[in-house]
Design a protein around this ligand. Sequence first.
Ligand code: SF4
Length: 234
Amino acid sequence: MKMSLEVRVESAIALLNKIADEYEPTVFANSFGAEDMVLTDLIARHVSRIGIISLDTGRLHQETYDLMQKTAEHYGICIQVFFPRHDLVEGYLAEHGSNAFYGSVELRKQCCNIRKVEPLKRALAGKKAWITGLRREQAPTRSDLAVSAFDEANGLQKFNPLLDWSLDEVWGYIREHGVPYNALHDRSFPSIGCAPCTRAVAMVEDIRAGRWWWESPATKECGLHVVAAMKKAA
Ligand code: SF4
């Protein structure tokens, strides 16, 4: 039986409260996509003891920086931003160049490791759990995820409270609650990452088609969400 949006929201809030009670300190990793704005709204209004962090890769769209600022002001919250280590970025640029990620999957993953994975590790250090806005339907690489799983790569519990939400439910919530969202969504960007690695998609394409569009669907993860290394929680 299909769950109503109201029931989904209640169960997400209940889960967020349970996480905050049982896994203190917990952080929500916010990349300012539509799903993450739903979680931002739920956390800011109902479970504000959960901290919010974000990764500034240094290659984001201006619209994402605008939303970062607007979100902090709208909710009156502090978002802790983690930047890549400058020595690693400088080394990569010197060796491979500014747009090396288009050259091979390996160089793309190296860039994601420096700009996303390493800063995330620092952001998660000392935390008992982290929360993401992943949804099962977003990508083939996400179909086997669990709402709660141990993230071996980072050594803490990981929660995906919106895992079974549909895209319509995400946007239904955003509209109903007047949640701020990235202006790029109105310009055919369903999924938003770094500027050079994200583009608009056509209506007929899937929602992750605009991310690393030159690669095959099987490689389209940045290393933040390593599915194979996660075990379903009991
Ligand atoms: Fe680098 Fe692109 Fe990955 Fe961003 S998404 S970290 S620019 S390869």
